[in-house]
Design a protein around this ligand. Structure first.
Ligand SMILES: C[S@@+](CC[C@H](N)C(=O)[O-])C[C@H]1O[C@@H](n2cnc3c(N)ncnc32)[C@H](O)[C@@H]1O
Length: 243
């Protein structure tokens, strides 16, 4: 399997980009169906928590694994003075994102570019906040991507993560997998294999606790951890001091 942990990072990245290229056209619609529309509320709630944590709006924001740019658009709407950059591995996702940014009249404040979370093309301490929704479990090397996020954050900046980490309870894991299998078979039968990858990526990633421990090693301290029901983790991590 090109997704296995023993496969070199560049081959895993190109396999993952293949999945997102094939699902891009139906991605937003299926996201809304699979989450019953909750993914929109989760992104908004995460930004409210970021605003409270920062005591105001951050100026420079990076949306890591921006995909079709939902988080970037939501951030630009909430923080009127912010400039937002989105980066993603998959050009097909970015193409849809660019159309949505233009339709929202936000092309002057959001720029989207292609790139990998394991080698971000930005200088040290260039952003006040990094957002990442449902990206980390796809990255070939989570500690390396966390280190990159920490490198480009200014001291005291925040990393906001929304993710389906590996569930603690086997029952919740089985329920989530069954839910995704049934709905994706019903609404996206042509890309059933790709949704099988997305399902397995939840079972095969780290737990939220393991993620927080990896982040701490890298100098990102968890400030807030919660579960948005039924199973989405929201983490706010703060970059500590000089690194
Ligand atoms: C599940 S989608 C999430 C998109 C978006 N953040 C959202 O909230 O809907 C995951 C995204 O991660 C991107 N991705 C996967 N591996 C990546 C990597 N190594 N570097 C950058 N982006 C990556 C994929 O191309 C895809 O657009």
């Amino acid at each position: 399997m090109a997704f296995g942990r023993n496969v070199p990072a560049d081959r895993r990245e190109s396999a993952v980009a293949g999945v997102f290229t094939r699902v891009a056209g139906g991605y937003d619609r299926l996201n809304r169906i699979l989450s019953l529309g909750l993914d929109v509320a989760w992104r908004r709630s995460a930004l409210s928590r970021l605003e409270r944590a920062c005591g105001g709006g951050p100026g420079g924001i990076l949306d890591l694994a921006t995909g079709t740019a939902d988080f970037a658009i939501e951030a630009a709407r909430r923080f009127h003075a912010a400039s937002v950059t989105g980066i993603d591995l998959t050009p097909a996702m970015l193409d849809i994102g660019r159309r949505k940014v233009a339709d929202a009249g936000l092309s002057g404040r959001i720029s989207l570019q292609e790139g990998s979370a394991t080698a971000l093309p930005f200088g040290e301490r260039s952003f006040d906040a990094v957002l990442c929704a449902f990206g980390f479990r796809n990255f070939p090397d989570i500690p390396a991507s966390l280190a990159e996020a920490a490198r480009i954050l200014r001291d005291g900046g925040r990393l906001v993560v929304l993710e389906f980490f590996r569930p603690r309870s086997a029952l919740l894991g089985a329920f989530t997998a069954g839910w995704l299998r049934c709905l994706s078979a019903l609404f996206a039968p042509r890309v059933a294999d790709d949704y099988a990858y997305l399902r397995s990526s939840i079972a095969n990633t780290c737990s939220a606790e393991e993620f927080v421990a990896m982040a701490r090693e890298i100098g990102l301290a968890a400030e807030r951890k919660e579960i948005f029901l039924p199973a989405c983790s929201c983490l706010i991590l703060r970059k500590c001091g000089k690194m």
